[in-house]
Design a protein around this ligand. Structure first.
Ligand code: HEC
Length: 187
């Protein structure tokens, strides 16, 4: 497979096309983020369907619970997502990602930068659109992408609306609940 060369010979232009920065060789940051997003979102979907739905709903063998250790059950899909993202953070500096929301159950999952907030607002206000931008953090430049996370089934809104730590009680199916943020250092 062709090597992904992200930082070779970057061609910059100003304004809107800033977000479409292309590497002279390899793939753009945007394309690389899109591909990572496909993998993480397919992983979450498969874990939900093949593990959580089958073992907790269909077979009723294990509970899926936020307190899965105490309950000897399965971690929730959003927890699995965060655990893997944290493991990636331990293993590489090439990229990082997270599942965030403007109204998170877990305060750790709120926006931590201006771009994260702007991106989460953009995907919530413009259904179907992703958000791409650049930000400077600690003196380093980053490319960041935000993808909408939808309440695809009733279970999403049921659990979030009734959760004691949820700042929102009025989520409905089909709504954007948050977003996946993927970030690359640009060097
Ligand atoms: C059984 C309860 C439950 C269900 C069902 C559920 N969630 Fe969550 N969700 C949680 C909990 C608890 C967290 C916080 C997890 C953590 O510690 O990171 C969370 C985290 C999130 C976050 C990150 C922001 C936050 O609130 O902390 C998003 C976005 C999210 N869920 C979306 C969804 C979507 C979309 C669905 C349906 C496909 C869904 N959730 C289903 C309980 C649930």
């Amino acid at each position: 497979m062709k090597r992904i060369a992200l930082v070779v010979g970057l061609l910059w232009s100003i304004g809107m096309s800033m977000t479409a920065a292309l590497a002279a060789e390899g793939v753009s940051y945007e394309k690389a983020a899109d591909m990572l997003y496909q993998v993480m979102s397919a992983n979450r979907e498969v874990y939900t369907r093949v593990v959580v739905q089958r073992l907790s709903v269909d077979e009723e063998i294990l509970v899926a619970s936020e307190h899965f250790e105490d309950d000897a059950g399965l971690p929730l899909p959003s927890q699995m997502f965060r655990f893997v993202a944290e493991a990636v953070l331990d293993n590489t500096e090439n990229f990082s990602y997270s599942l965030l929301s403007l109204h998170p159950i877990n305060k750790k999952n709120g926006p931590a930068t201006d771009l994260e907030r702007q991106g989460l607002e953009h995907v919530a206000d413009n259904p179907g659109e992703n958000f791409y931008g650049q930000e400077e953090l600690g003196g380093e430049r980053y490319f960041s992408a935000v993808y909408p996370d939808y309440a695809v089934v009733e279970a999403c809104v049921q659990c979030h609306n009734n959760h004691k730590d949820s700042p929102r009680r009025d989520l409905s199916v089909g709504e954007v609940m948050g977003g996946v943020v993927i970030r690359f250092p640009m060097d």
